[in-house]
Design a protein around this ligand. Structure first.
Ligand code: 13P
Length: 258
């Protein structure tokens, strides 16, 4: 079955209520439903999820969270659970973003445990992987990716149904928010490596159905080239998802997926 490409807007910790309304409405009204070539997911900050959901209900746009807690519920002041996200209408959740790994010291194991909770709650985990600049310069990229994937594998084996069970996102840390996207050869090399590893560990039919997104300085100028790579199934977009025109142009570039 061909993989349905997707574009995910990760708003990070940006915006206000008014901004969320304006941006969501502009994206919703700007999408050409008849030429839309994949899925679109908006991931606003927690407080705006319900608002954004209300604005996109009945359209092709879906919503997702940017993170959730590492336990189901209970005494965990300040946290938000996977089931709460599901309850608000989320279909997916971004987990293990490099900002969470760095700023909040999230380990590979913690990310894998969270992904399992996401699946139990009926959310698709979008798990981010990626190397730092130093790791790339020291030629450790594939080793780092393998390590980040390792604790996910047993969970993946338990939830093997594509296309919705798992989404991975390769986001080289040095390309996030820097304006310096990875080169297409670098992107394809890592994506093909991830898919091959999954095929070996989980099975070829299943792994070939899972989507692998690229993130890191995707713009309207480079999206078409990136989305046309054989193992890239769309993008996880930060800065450019905060401007309706840019995000709409990136969504339009999904038609280059093959
Ligand atoms: P930028 O698109 O701003 O580089 O951010 C990428 C990202 O971190 C998406 O999760």
């Amino acid at each position: 079955m061909p993989r349905q490409p997707m574009v995910v807007g990760n708003w990070k910790m940006n915006g206000t209520r008014a901004f969320a309304v304006q941006l969501t409405s502009a994206i919703r009204d700007g999408i050409n439903a008849s030429t839309l070539a994949g899925e679109v997911l908006l991931c606003p900050p927690f407080p705006y999820l319900e608002l954004v959901h209300g604005l996109v209900q009945g359209t092709a746009i879906q919503i997702g969270g940017q993170n959730h807690a590492d336990r189901q519920n209970g005494p965990c002041t300040g946290e938000v659970s996977a089931s709460m996200l599901r309850d608000l209408g989320c279909r997916a959740v971004i987990l293990g973003h490099s900002e969470r790994r760095t700023l909040f010291h999230e380990s590979d194991t913690l990310v894998a445990d969270k992904a399992d909770l996401a699946l139990q709650a009926g959310l698709t985990p979008i798990v981010c992987l990626g190397e730092t600049l130093q790791q790339r310069q020291e030629k450790e990229t594939l080793t780092v990716i393998r390590h980040q994937l390792q604790p996910l594998l047993p969970h993946m084996a338990n939830h093997p149904q594509p296309p919705d069970s798992w989404i991975l996102a390769y986001e080289p840390v040095w390309a996030i928010g820097t304006g310096q996207n990875a080169q297409t050869e670098q992107i394809q090399e890592v994506h093909a490596f991830i898919r091959q590893l999954l095929q070996e560990e989980i099975g070829s039919t299943i792994a070939s159905g899972w989507r692998i997104l690229y993130g890191g300085s995707v713009t309207p100028g480079n999206a078409a080239d990136i989305f046309s790579l054989p193992d890239v199934d769309g993008g996880l977009i930060g800065g450019a998802s905060l401007k309706a025109d840019s995000f709409l142009a990136i969504i339009a570039a999904l038609s280059n997926h093959r």
